[in-house]
Structures are given as C-alpha cells and as structure tokens.
Design a protein around this ligand. Structure first.
Ligand code: PLP
Length: 441
C-alpha cells in the first residue's frame, strides 16, 4: 500500500471519522492523535518516527502484545485456507475443536460454546438465552436481570440495560428493559457484609421474577477498575443458588489471565451458568467471542423447533477468530504467561506503594495485571473528570498510551510485558502524574 501523508490521514480522520467515547470538540479541536503505522509487542510506532508504549493493551484486548508471531502465523495460515463459512448447517474443525478446548479449560460444567463477534454480543447472548430458558421451562415470570451499579457489559441496548454507569447509560433510559439494581460490589473486605446485605435486599423481594444476576468477576473495568474479592463472588453464586437464579459471569475483560488465573471465576471456585468471553480470547487479533454455558441450559432448548434459540450473527464461529483463539490458548499452554503476570504484578505493587504516598492520590489497587491509581479530585464516577486526562496527555508526550477512566489512570499492559518495559512505562507514568498534579505555571 502507498502510504498517505500524515496531513491527509489527519484531515480525513477529522472530517470523516466519528470516534468512540470521544467528545466531538476534543476530536475536532484537541491535539491531533498519534497516527500509528505499526504495532509490535507493547510498542506502537507512529508515522513521525515516535514510539509509544501501550499501557492499556489497546482498550484491554492486546493480552499477548501486538503482532505475536504465533497468533499472526495462525491467522495467516487460516486466511489462506478459509476465511469464513456460515455456522448454520455447516461445521468446521476450527470451531468444533475450539468449543472442546474451551469446555476443557473453563470452570467445570461449562460444556457448550455459542460464538459471536464481540464482548457486547457475548453478554447479549447470555441475557437472551437466560430469558428464553425460563420462558420455555416453567418460569416465564423470571424476566428480570439483576445488575450492579458501575457495571459495564457492552454497548448494545440489551447490555446497556444491565449497565450501571450513568454517564454512558442514562441517555438511553427510555429504551432499556427493567432491571433490579444492587450497589456496586464492595472494594474493601470490611464492606462485604454490608454490600451483601444490600444485594440480598435488592434481590429477595423480586427473586422469583429474576432470570439471572449479571456480574463482572473480580474487576468492574469501565467503572474505574473497581476490585472485589473472590469470597464476595462466591457469596453471589450461593445467593443465586438459594433463589434458583442463574449467574452470568461477564469475563469479557478479565478472562484469559488478566487477573492472574486463566479465568477470574477460578479464584472463587465457582461455575457460572454463562461465561462471556471475548477480548482476551483472540487477544486483539480478531473480533470474536464465545458464550459458554451448561448442559442444563442447553437442554432447555430441546423439544421442538419452536424452542430454538433464534439468535446468530453473520460471523458466528468465524474460522479466523477460531484460529487466533487456538494460537492464544497455545501461548498460555507453552509460554508461562501466568508466571509473567505474577512477576509483573509484584513489580507493579512496589511502584503503587510509592505512588500511594503522593498528595492527590486517593487510592491505588491491583488484581493480576490490572492496576489503578485513583486521584482525589472530583468524582470518580465522572468519566470526563480531568486529572486522568491530564495524565494521559502528559504521558502521550513522554511516549506512553495511558487512556484513563475519569479520575483513574490505569494499567492494563500485555500480559507478556517484560520487566524493563514495565519499568519504562511506570517511569513515564510517574513523570506524567507529577506534571499533571503540579499547579499550572
Ligand atoms: C469491553 C467489555 C464488554 C464489551 O465488549 P465489546 O467487544 O466492546 O463489545 C463487555 N463487558 C465487559 C466487562 C467489557 O470490559
């Protein structure tokens, strides 16, 4: 391909691209974005010869770094043989083998994979299947979903209905279905009993009408990397069981090693009724998703054509996505990715402990390779709060991509990031926080 000039790219971008989650005046009048020509491991190479370290895994997907040789080779090989065929009435080895592999490695009892293309659809599938399951299995009154304040499950209307971030979700209120809402999962073990009592209080009056509880296990990502304990997750599972309610675990963000175990649910020793997987499944190589469920749910769709799950996207089971996922799983089996998560986590802890002593830093936290620094200014729930964005701009100048969530600067690097690379990223973060917090001259 002949490369266009940087000026042309930026002019087309400004005139014709509608950027996600970006205020239009920032898009039109803010500093021009870096133009990335090439991405390799944790490095983003710009067209003007700069190199940025990717501190957020390109929106939480790049778990093995960019251009991982194993995944690249697998997708190339697949592309040469078969890019796509429909999954309706046709089978292929890539999809069949991946379903078996996922059944083998996900928590016990999850035996069926329903494929789609992104995180939102992975959750949408679970919500729709849970609803239909009850409708045709003797409990049609179970039509409500319980979700948590701060929840983010995607951007379709169904997943926004179970979302709990006012800045993102309030506009669409009139379009959303009714949910039961519980306070956000407790960030401190001291609050667990109170938070659990509040959850019980939300659920119990309507428990017989609730189809499923939807939860982000261990980390509520978009809420600002809010973290809770495996013990709390275990209590949520037990509460669902006590009331015959299904549990949907949205591991779109935390699945595939992000929290230090292959799946976050493992740390609680639970099996959800649905496990939603996407980002880490293909680690930034292909848009792809799988919703895992149990034989009990699958059996609930037997018994005649009118009981079919009438749901499916064009690219369901896309072989390129399957090929990428196989290569990602190979990497986990062969490269000790989780060992690196543990080592880099310890490295992050030492840095976080220092940052925590700074003025204007309200809280620091970490689970696996998710770390967050929360600033004291304003309200964390405000995605548009400034401090994180000031750190972001300072970091871009210094060579790091650290897109924030409001007042939270967070780190979601590739799980394969090396010690020296993480040290470099944290050095840039240090200087950027210092610059962002010092009074304007
Ligand atoms: C990113 C995310 C989604 C949505 O995934 P998309 O691929 O952006 O649609 C859903 N749930 C969680 C927890 C996520 O982090």
């Amino acid at each position: 391909m002949n490369h266009a000039s940087r000026d042309d790219v930026l002019a087309w971008d400004r005139t014709h691209v509608w950027r996600p989650y970006t205020p239009i005046d920032r898009h039109e009048q803010g500093p021009p974005p870096p133009v990335i020509r090439r991405a390799e491991h944790v490095w983003l190479h710009t067209d003007d010869g700069r190199t940025l370290i990717d501190g957020v895994g390109s929106w939480w997907v790049s778990n093995l770094g960019h251009g991982h040789p194993r995944v690249r080779a697998a997708v190339h090989e697949q592309l040469d043989r078969m890019a796509h065929v429909a999954m309706a009435g046709l089978a292929h080895e890539e999809g069949a083998r991946l379903a078996k592999r996922l059944a083998d490695i996900t928590p016990d009892g999850l035996t069926r994979a329903f494929y789609s293309d992104n995180g939102s659809t992975a959750v949408e599938v679970a919500v729709r299947a849970a609803f239909q399951f009850w409708r045709q299995n003797g409990a049609p009154e179970r039509r409500l979903f319980l979700s948590f304040d701060g929840a983010y499950h995607g951007d379709t209307i169904g997943t926004v209905s179970v979302g709990g971030i006012p800045t993102f979700h309030d506009t669409f209120g009139p379009l959303l279905f009714e949910t039961v809402r519980a306070p956000a999962p407790p960030e401190q073990p001291d609050f667990e009993d109170a938070a659990f009592a509040a959850l019980e209080q939300a659920l119990e009056p309507r428990a017989s009408e609730v189809a499923a509880v939807v939860v982000e296990p261990l980390v509520q990502g978009a809420a600002g990397m809010r973290m809770h304990s495996p013990a709390w997750l275990r209590r949520v599972r037990a509460l669902c069981d006590a009331h015959g309610v299904l549990l949907i675990a949205d591991e779109v963000f935390v699945g595939f090693g992000r929290t230090g175990t292959l799946f976050a649910c493992e740390q609680a020793g639970i099996t959800p009724d649905f496990l939603c997987l996407s980002k880490g499944l293909t680690a930034g190589f292909m848009p792809f998703a799988a919703t895992m469920t149990t034989e009990r749910i699958y059996d609930g769709f037997r018994g005649g054509p009118e009981r079919t799950f009438f749901y499916g996207h064009s690219y369901c089971g896309n072989p390129l996505g399957c090929a990428a996922a196989h290569a990602v799983l190979d990497a986990f089996e062969q490269d000790d990715v989780l060992g690196n998560v543990a080592a880099r986590g310890a490295q992050l802890d030492a840095w976080l402990a220092r940052v925590a002593t700074r003025d204007h830093v309200a809280h620091v936290r970490r689970t696996g390779l998710v770390a967050a620094v929360q600033f004291a200014e304003g309200d964390r729930s405000n995605y548009l709060a400034r401090t994180g964005w000031n750190v972001y701009e300072e970091a871009l100048r210094r060579g790091a991509y650290l897109r924030p969530l409001g007042n939270v600067t967070y780190f979601v690097p590739a799980l394969t990031i090396r010690e020296t690379e993480l040290a470099g990223l944290l050095e840039i973060a240090d200087a950027s926080i210092e610059a962002a917090l010092s009074p304007p001259r």
